[in-house]
Design a protein around this ligand. Sequence first.
Ligand SMILES: [Zn+2]
Length: 190
Amino acid sequence: MKQFLWHQYRVQITKKNVKRTNMRIHQDDPTLILMSIPYGMSYDAGLHTLEQPRIRQWLKNYEQRQITMPTTEDRLEKERQKRLHAEEYRQKLLAVIPGMFRKWEPILGVQSAKVTIRPTRSQWGSCNTRNGNISISLWLGAYSEECIEYVVVHELTHLLERGHNARFYGLLDQHYPDWKTCRERLKQDP
Ligand SMILES: [Zn+2]
């Protein structure tokens, strides 16, 4: 095994029982190229393969990717932001949701059981019509109170009508006429 300097890279060449030259960039060190060459090939010849246009292009692509790829710190910052928002959304939902249930349960003549806030991405809310448990997505906290209220009314309406059928939408029209605007709003980013 030998190491060489080649442009801005260090190249570590190892002779191995391989049929042709293989190379990759070290996953934790983007300045280190790891290369294996057949026993019959000289180290110089191995180093020389880096001059091939297709290899130069491969490295150029790699370097460009490196620049745009978020660094670990960027990723950590994004995670931190997400957690911050999650807390903010939870607080907002906790502040407005109980009042909405108190308002709408007597209007609709229904009674929910347990209400939970969950970080679900697939749906804004869900209602278990057997036990009356309702779950509200944490990410709804990014939207307006009208949209949050729509989801509350939607889920409570399921306690009257399980399916998304004409009766269900009729009940929504009757109680929350602006529900379509909210539904559209919730299809877009907050
Ligand atoms: Zn529904």
